[in-house]
Design a binder for this molecule. Structure first.
Ligand SMILES: *Cc1c(COP(=O)(O)O)cnc(C)c1O
Length: 475
């Protein structure tokens, strides 16, 4: 009888897995060494990758060699090379050898860390490493897992911001309807704030005016809150951004904290990119007042050599977060949870299941050391400064915004069309990737020095390209 039960194929055998695994590591090592040989942006047309893939899955299994071959033939043409040292677009999304190896170990263990008891190491390493980061970045001690607060790894900064906006709504549920609630952020805040309000069902998002450095004006925030109160609305939260996506503007956390405490607003800080710089003491003045906020998020997956996904959220007080997101169905009841002695991270975010992402953060910090990460950040900021100096001293260009971190924004004096054409020419060269953007009707070019392998050589080459492609200013 049992012989009729189909047996799942033994694919791969341990020997094959070992052999294929070695081949795969060789492939990745080779890729990282040669990432700069490819045109930075993928050159495929829409549908080109899909056209290389059969319309249906094959009935019989295929050997690994076929999969690896298609990695080169099918996948690589459609890859945009975020790991190229000539990557100056968006913000970086760095990986690194220790991070890759940790992902491999995590995949091999294949654990699902929703509860402490479903893999105690996943939870305890996460708490411990996020406590390390509190010290590494001189953040409030109360955010440690040993205090009233605590940290949790999420998939993205957007998830963290969405989650805290749900908390802000929940803790105000007895004061009014969600449709009457208002969340505040500057005109320059990330789109995740507006999306988070949609997720949380919050009725209103107010865009607050900025000053001439594109940073939120606390006086304008206070006026907006007072006007909403006068209209019978219910202000519940404000999001400060440290390092906006457009220009890395820095909202004044301390001034915003004053307004937040006057009006009992949940104060969330989005430091998705710039938060990484806080590992270096000289950038910490940008988050002055952070000891008075309710939550804070940053992305090691942007600038700390931990590959996507790895976002960190800290809360100053974990109780409202857990109260909002904890649901305990009978099949998750267990002794450790009941003892109250452990953290169950499933209560700290929207999903239930969670990957063992702490491992890669732990391995990256241990591999490079605090000094290695500081050196990376500092080298990028110095290189960005040297690029800005060249831009300033060339009469074709103007800087468009201050450059407190690794992002340099500039315009061509020929105007919007010339600036946009220059950005297109840079990207079409295949040699670099930059980001064209606009703000208040002005076209500008965003250049982020932040890829882990970018050196002065790559920034010099970028400048030579800008110099060669930019027309002179007609008089
Ligand atoms: C990149 C960025 C985000 C979004 O990060 P994800 O992790 O992709 O959600 C949010 N806020 C700011 C300021 C950013 O720069």
């Amino acid at each position: 009888m049992t012989s009729d039960i189909p047996r799942p194929p033994d694919h791969m055998s341990p020997e094959e897995f070992r052999r294929n695994g070695h081949a795969m590591i060789d492939w990745v090592a080779n890729y990282l060494q040669t990432a700069d040989d490819f045109p930075v942006f993928s050159q495929v047309e829409p549908g080109e990758v899909a056209a290389m893939i059969p319309d249906a899955a094959s009935e019989a299994g295929e050997p690994f060699e076929a999969l690896l071959r298609d990695l080169d033939d099918v996948v690589m043409p459609g890859i945009t090379h975020w790991q190229s040292p000539n990557w100056f677009a968006y913000f970086p999304a760095n990986t690194s050898p220790p991070s890759i190896l940790a992902e491999l170990a995590s995949a091999g263990l294949g654990v699902q860390g929703m509860l402490w008891s479903t893999s105690p190491a996943a939870t305890e390493i996460e708490s411990k490493v996020l406590d390390w980061l509190v010290d590494m970045m001189e953040l409030p001690q109360s955010w440690k897992s040993t205090g009233p607060g605590g940290g949790v790894i999420q998939m993205s900064a957007s998830d963290s911001t969405h989650a805290v906006l749900v908390v802000a709504r929940h803790r105000n549920r007895e004061r009014g309807h969600a449709e009457d609630m208002v969340v505040y952020a500057s005109t320059q805040a990330h789109s995740s704030v507006a999306k988070g309000c949609t997720v949380a069902g919050i009725g209103h998002v107010r865009e607050i005016a900025v000053d001439d450095t594109w940073a939120m004006r606390p006086d304008a925030l206070r006026k907006a809150v007072e006007a909403d109160l006068a209209d019978g609305l219910l202000p519940i939260a404000v999001v400060s951004v440290v390092g906006t996506t457009g220009t890395t503007a820095v909202d004044p956390v301390s001034g915003i904290a004053d307004v937040a405490s006057e009006h009992n607003l949940w104060h969330h800080v989005d430091a998705a990119y710039a938060g990484n710089a806080m590992v270096c003491e000289e950038f910490r003045h940008h988050i002055k007042g952070v000891d008075r906020v309710d939550s804070y998020t940053f992305n090691p997956h942007k600038w700390m050599m931990v590959n996507f996904d790895c976002n960190v959220l800290w809360v100053a007080d974990r109780v409202p977060l857990i109260e909002t997101l904890s649901v305990l169905p009978p099949y998750l009841v267990n002794k450790a949870t009941e003892s109250g002695a452990v953290i169950d991270y499933r209560d700290w975010h929207v999903p239930l299941g969670r990957r063992f992402r702490a491992l890669k953060l732990w391995w990256v910090i241990r591999s490079y050391g605090i000094s290695g990460i500081q050196a990376l950040i500092r080298s990028h900021v110095v290189l960005a400064g040297s690029l800005a100096d060249r831009i300033v001293s060339d009469d074709r260009f103007d800087l468009f915004a201050p450059h407190p971190f690794g992002l340099v924004c500039f315009t061509h004096r020929g105007g919007n069309d010339t600036t946009s054409a220059l950005a297109d020419a840079l990207n079409n060269s295949g040699k670099v990737a930059v980001t064209p953007s606009t703000l208040d009707g002005t076209a500008y070019i965003r250049v982020v020095v932040g890829q882990a392998r970018t050196t002065s050589h790559h920034v010099d080459e970028l400048w030579n390209l800008i110099d060669a492609l930019a027309p002179s200013v007609s008089r």
